[in-house]
Design a protein around this ligand. Structure first.
Ligand SMILES: C[S@@+](CC[C@H](N)C(=O)[O-])C[C@H]1O[C@@H](n2cnc3c(N)ncnc32)[C@H](O)[C@@H]1O
Length: 212
């Protein structure tokens, strides 16, 4: 992801979004699809967690508090860092989390496999779903959990309208409804365990490594 596009992500997911996400997490913990995704991660006691596009990091915080040993967060937008760092500090988790800035696809070779890979509402923000999900699957020793928009006509229409507004505003950022079959194909070498819907827009899926 070139510098110009990363800046577009930072405009969409700016400091205000980060502060709001952190405030909500402090007040109410995980809700909706984020809570579902944390549940689909299963028993994480002693596990290492890799969260891609984790924003302020609420899911990895919840998983660490559920017994995961350590976490890595790879996030394209640097705008989350201050709010994320404050949250980790408040909960005494700073030493157990590595936060990296950048495109996971570009950094993948430098990141070791983790037991659990998490992508909450990330595949819909990235054009190349095959490479992103494929890299996630390669990094998952046990499980990969993802949340993405449901393939509904109304959802597609709403996101198309959002994309039109972004284009008119001169942003290269776009949202995508990648078909589930394509996501599942890209999770190569992994088996689908469960799919769960959260409301009208989001669906989450859990994939497990078969023999690895
Ligand atoms: C809709 S936000 C979701 C943030 C957080 N997961 C949540 O649900 O609150 C999507 C996030 O994914 C990040 N992202 C998208 N593609 C990425 C990639 N290839 N590598 C790292 N981060 C990525 C974006 O920067 C953005 O912060």
């Amino acid at each position: 992801m070139s510098g110009c596009c990363a800046r577009d992500y930072e405009k969409v997911f700016g400091r205000k979004t980060a502060d709001r996400d952190a405030r909500r997490f402090r007040r109410r913990g995980l809700r909706g699809s984020a809570k579902t995704l944390a549940e689909l991660a299963g028993d994480v006691r002693g596990a290492s967690v890799l969260e891609v596009g984790g924003g302020v990091g609420g899911i990895e915080i919840e998983l660490l508090e559920a017994g995961a040993e350590r976490a890595t967060n790879v996030e394209l937008a640097a705008t989350y860092e201050q709010a994320a760092t404050e949250l980790l500090d408040e909960r005494g988790l700073t030493e157990r989390v590595e936060r990296r800035i950048g495109d996971f696809v570009e950094q993948a070779n430098a990141i070791p496999p983790h037991d659990v890979v998490v992508m909450h509402r990330v595949v819909c923000c990235y054009p190349d779903v095959d490479t992103l999900v494929g890299a996630g699957a390669k990094h998952a020793r046990r499980r990969m959990v993802l949340t993405y928009p449901q393939e509904r006509r109304l959802v597609r229409l709403a996101l198309a309208a959002m994309n039109a507004v972004m284009r008119v505003g001169g942003s290269s950022f776009q949202v995508y409804v990648h078909p589930f079959d394509r996501i599942a194909r890209a999770a190569s070498g992994m088996e689908l365990v469960e799919r769960r819907r959260s409301g009208f827009v989001w669906e989450s899926a859990s994939f497990a490594t078969s023999t690895r």
